[in-house]
Design a protein around this ligand. Structure first.
Ligand SMILES: Cc1ncc(COP(=O)(O)O)c(C=O)c1O
Length: 395
C-alpha cells in the first residue's frame, strides 16, 4: 500500500510543486498533532480561520446539535433555516444599522463575487477600483481584482473595467468617479505583509465614494472576528462600508462566506431579474451553527481585546530575536527577520521545531504569525522559545 503522502501526491490536485506535506492526525486548541504524536503550535490558524482554536468544545457541541436536526435542506434563500437566521440576526446586532442584511455563501472568493455583482447591479456601473497587493481570492472575478500580476497574468483575459491604485496613496480617492461601481479594499492588507491604513486613508475613500455614488466594499475576510484587536476593523478605523465581506473565521472552522449590506442595496439581487446570485450550499446549516457558536465565544471571552494583550506578549518575547520589524496589530503579525533570505527556511523548517508558520503571498521579506486568538500566555512563551531555537539554527 503506498503511503498516505504518496496517495496525496498521486491523487490530489496540487497547488504548487512544493507542498508542506505535513501529516496531521488531530488538532486541539492551539496545537496540531502529527501521526507520530509530535505537536506543532499552530501560529497560522489555517490562515486566520481557527480564531477560537481547533475543535472548541462549544463549536463541537453546536455542530453535533445541528447534525442531529438537519444538514442540507434546499438551495440558499428558499427555506427558513434557523442556524442561518439566528447567525444573520446576531451579526446584524453587532454591525452598524446600515449593515443588516447578510447573504451567506461558501467562501471568501464567492463573497467577493457576490459583492462585485451587487455593486454593479445596484449602481448600474462597471468599474471596480482595487489596490496593489490586495488579495481577494482565486475565482475569476476575484482574480481580476488581485493586486499583483504574479498569480493572475496566466489567466487573462480577466474581467474588464477594473482599475488598480496604490494602497495608502492620496491619488486613490481621486481615481473614484461617477463611473465607479465599487472600491474594494482590505482595511488592513493581509497578504501584502500586514500593511495598515495610513491615517485618514479609509476616510478619504469613504468621502470620495459618497461624493460620486460609488459603493465602498471592505474585505474583512482576514481581519474580521477579533483578529486585529477589534471585532471588525471597521470599528477600529471608524469607517463604515456599504458592503462588508466576511469568510474564514466566520464559519468557526467550517466553510462559510458572507457579504453584508443594507436591506435596500441587497434587494438589488432579488428582482429584475430575480436570482441575482444563487448558491446551493451557501449558508450551510452546520457551518452557520458552528460560526455562531464560535462568535459567541469570541464575544464572551473578549478575544478581540485579548488579541492586543497577546500581541504585546509576542512582541516582548521576540524582542531579542534577529528581527528587524514586527508589523501589524492584534494577532495578525508580519515578522521581518534581519536576513530576509532565511524566510523560506524558517517556514519550511518550522515543523522540525514544533511550529506551524507560513509566508505571505505578496511579501517576501516577512513570515506570518496569526495563531488562534485563544492561544494562552504559556503557549506563546513556548512558541517564542521554539522560534528562537529555529532562528538560531538558521543564523
Ligand atoms: C482578504 C481575503 N479575501 C478573500 C480571500 C478568499 O477567501 P477564500 O480562500 O475563502 O476563497 C482571502 C483568502 O485568503 C483573503 O485573505
Amino acid at each position: 500500500m503506498p503511503s498516505l503522502r504518496q496517495l496525496f501526491l498521486d491523487h490530489l490536485g496540487q497547488t504548487s510543486l512544493s507542498p508542506l506535506l505535513l501529516e496531521i492526525d488531530k488538532a486541539e486548541g492551539s496545537f496540531l498533532y502529527g501521526r507520530d504524536g509530535k505537536d506543532y503550535i499552530d501560529l497560522i490558524s489555517g490562515v486566520s480561520v481557527s480564531n477560537t482554536g481547533h475543535r472548541h468544545p462549544e463549536v463541537m457541541a453546536a455542530i453535533s446539535e445541528q447534525a442531529g436536526r438537519y444538514l442540507h435542506l434546499m438551495v440558499y434563500g428558499e427555506v427558513v433555516q434557523s442556524p442561518q437566521v439566528m447567525y444573520a440576526a446576531r451579526l446584524a446586532s453587532l454591525l452598524p444599522p446600515s449593515l443588516q442584511s447578510v447573504f451567506f455563501v461558501n467562501s471568501g472568493s464567492e463573497s467577493i463575487e457576490g459583492a462585485i455583482k451587487l455593486a454593479r447591479r445596484y449602481t448600474g456601473r462597471n468599474e471596480i477600483i482595487y489596490f496593489r497587493n490586495g488579495y481577494h481570492g482565486s475565482t475569476t472575478g476575484a482574480l481580476s481584482v488581485q493586486g499583483s500580476e504574479l498569480y493572475r497574468n496566466a489567466f487573462r483575459p480577466l474581467m474588464p473595467s477594473t482599475t488598480m491604485v496604490e494602497f495608502n496613496s492620496a491619488e486613490a480617492a481621486a481615481m473614484i468617479s461617477n463611473t465607479t461601481a465599487a472600491v474594494l479594499v482590505e482595511p488592513v492588507q493581509a497578504e501584502a505583509g500586514v500593511i495598515q491604513p495610513a491615517a485618514g486613508f479609509l476616510e478619504s475613500l469613504r468621502t470620495a465614494c459618497d461624493k460620486h455614488g460609488a459603493l465602498l466594499v471592505f474585505d474583512e475576510v482576514q481581519t474580521g472576528f477579533g483578529r486585529t484587536g477589534s471585532l471588525f476593523s471597521l470599528y477600529r478605523y471608524n469607517v463604515i462600508p456599504d458592503i462588508l465581506v466576511l469568510a474564514k473565521a466566520l464559519g468557526g472552522g467550517l466553510p462559510l462566506g458572507a457579504f453584508v449590506s443594507s436591506s435596500g442595496i441587497m434587494a438589488a439581487l432579488s428582482h429584475d431579474p430575480s436570482l441575482g446570485h444563487i448558491t446551493t450550499f451557501g449558508g450551510h446549516p452546520l457551518c452557520c451553527a458552528a460560526g455562531l457558536a464560535s462568535l459567541e465565544v469570541i464575544i464572551r471571552e473578549d478575544l478581540a481585546a485579548k488579541a492586543k494583550e497577546k500581541e504585546r506578549l509576542f512582541r516582548d518575547q521576540m524582542a531579542h530575536l534577529p528581527v528587524r520589524e514586527v508589523r501589524g496589530e492584534g494577532l495578525l503579525l508580519a515578522v521581518v527577520p534581519e536576513d530576509k533570505k532565511i524566510i523560506s527556511q524558517i517556514v519550511l523548517r518550522a515543523p522540525d521545531y514544533g511550529l506551524m508558520l507560513d509566508y505571505f503571498l505578496f511579501c517576501d521579506e516577512a513570515f506570518r504569525i496569526a495563531p488562534p486568538l485563544t492561544i494562552s500566555p504559556d503557549e506563546i512563551a513556548l512558541a517564542c522559545n521554539r522560534l528562537e531555537k529555529l532562528m538560531k539554527a538558521l543564523s
